[in-house]
Design a protein around this ligand. Structure first.
Ligand SMILES: Nc1ncnc2c1ncn2[C@@H]1O[C@H](COP(=O)(O)OP(=O)(O)OP(=O)(O)O)[C@@H](O)[C@H]1O
Ligand SMILES: [Mg+2]
Length: 402
């Protein structure tokens, strides 16, 4: 995770031990939400995104009216998905919703882990009217079910687990509309994704606002998540918001928030160009330049030192090497060949170079397959089938790095 969220150890340390042998008898349920999303207070207002905020507001209204309403927020790493999820949670609280915010994790996965974080969240566990339903569901989700039921065949057991969770969430929402916010859905465990699929059908007539942030490139590899979205689209229960990069005006506005004052137009333009409108990179750049003393306040306006425009921004490089850390060597090799071709390239041209250089793998299929981990890591973008180039580097510096 490059941004936004605090280190996972902090989140995990706060999780209570997962013991609930006899849920119905448990006098007080402890929140057990290993994947709770820390709702850190965000200082500045959301920059831009007026249409997205209006859509969220509208879907909150639909949910409050007694129907499950779904929203996804999709886009490349660092584009502002989590930020919008936080904004949605603030709007939901203001509208009187009980809010549960969780995040799936790239490294920490386990059966029903995300689901347990939802049902075991403070908002669920501390709602007195739902204590019994929540307790039973948590018992089933963590495998501490009634001993009499342990002999059920696996498919029936699964169904019962899904059912108990749906009942718990429905019971919660019956008292007060419920906002369920899920960050990084692409990393959710399959069982939890199945549960969400079950929920949208079983609880369609409940006041539930379900919002998920998703990296689309990675989603493609997660069958259960693809199924979930397809299901929700089929029943017309989801609004998909796709975040685009900032305009130069928006970058300048974000810089103003970070620096706490006006930014000189030339400097803002230079940083917008370097970050290419990706808010996370804008922030990283601003902090890097501040640390290096290359951005300074003169008469109430922040100005960037002249030479900064020519520097390769180290923050961008750090970001890229972090994204590239999990990419296989074969992919890196193919990317560095591709970099010779410029920002955008076709597989055919890449193949021609590979053949010329006597590379081992030169079939189009193999080269195409080599690209997919880089797409998943946000280093490359895949172009539409009808465009001349097949792939492009997501940021100018990625090509230079490769
Ligand atoms: N619209 C916005 N207004 C103000 N700040 C923003 C906005 N969008 C993004 N940011 C800031 O940019 C940084 C990156 O945004 P965020 O973490 O939401 O991206 P993300 O899409 O969730 O990335 P990832 O895919 O890595 O999780 C954050 O510090 C966030 O506060
Ligand atoms: Mg995020």
């Amino acid at each position: 995770m490059e941004s936004g969220l605090p280190p996972q150890s902090a989140t995990l340390a706060s999780a209570a031990p997962a013991r609930l042998d006899s849920p119905a008898l448990a006098p007080v349920l402890q929140p057990l939400s290993p994947l709770a999303l820390q709702l850190q207070r965000v200082t500045g207002a959301v920059v831009g995104r007026p249409l997205e905020l209006a859509a969220i507001q509208q879907e909150l209204g639909v949910a409050r009216g007694g129907r499950l309403a779904g929203v996804t927020v999709e886009g490349e790493p660092g584009i502002g998905k989590t930020r919008l999820l936080l904004a949605a949670s603030e709007l939901a609280v203001a509208e009187g919703f009980a809010t549960v915010a969780v995040t799936a994790d790239e490294e920490i996965r386990g059966p029903f882990l995300l689901a347990r974080s939802i049902v075991g969240s403070a908002a669920a566990v501390e709602a007195p009217h739902a204590a019994e339903a929540v307790g039973r569901s948590l018992g089933a989700l963590s495998g501490h079910d009634d001993p009499g039921l342990s002999s059920l065949p696996p498919d029936q057991k699964l169904l019962r687990t899904l059912d108990l969770a749906a009942v718990a969430i429905r019971t919660l929402a019956a008292e007060r509309p419920l906002a369920l916010l899920i960050d990084d859905l692409q990393w959710a465990d399959d069982d939890s994704l199945r549960l969400l699929r079950y929920l949208v059908r079983a609880n369609a007539a409940s006041p539930i606002f379900l919002m998920a942030a998703i990296r689309p490139e990675e989603l493609a590899f997660v069958t259960e998540a693809v199924n979930l979205l397809a299901d929700m689209e089929r029943i017309g229960m989801v609004r998909r918001l796709k975040l685009t990069r900032f305009t130069q005006t928006q970058t300048a506005e974000l810089l103003r928030q970070i620096l706490g004052g006006k930014v000189d137009a030339v400097g803002a333009a230079a940083m917008h160009g370097q970050a290419e409108g990706v808010p996370f990179i804008v922030e990283e750049l601003a902090h890097a330049y501040l640390d290096a003393g290359m951005i300074q306040e003169i008469d109430g306006t922040w100005a960037l030192a002249k030479k900064a425009e020519r520097l390769v921004p180290s923050a961008v490089r750090t970001l890229i090497s972090r994204r590239a850390a999990h990419v296989p060597e074969g992919t890196k090799a193919a990317m560095s060949l591709a970099a010779v071709l410029g920002r955008h390239f076709s597989l055919k041209d890449l193949q021609a170079i590979a053949v010329q250089l006597g590379e081992e793998e030169t079939s189009l299929d193999a080269l195409d397959a080599a690209m997919s981990p880089a797409v998943a890591a946000g280093l490359l973008v895949q172009h539409a089938a009808d465009s001349a180039a097949d792939y492009g580097f997501s940021h100018d510096q990625v090509g230079a790095f490769a």
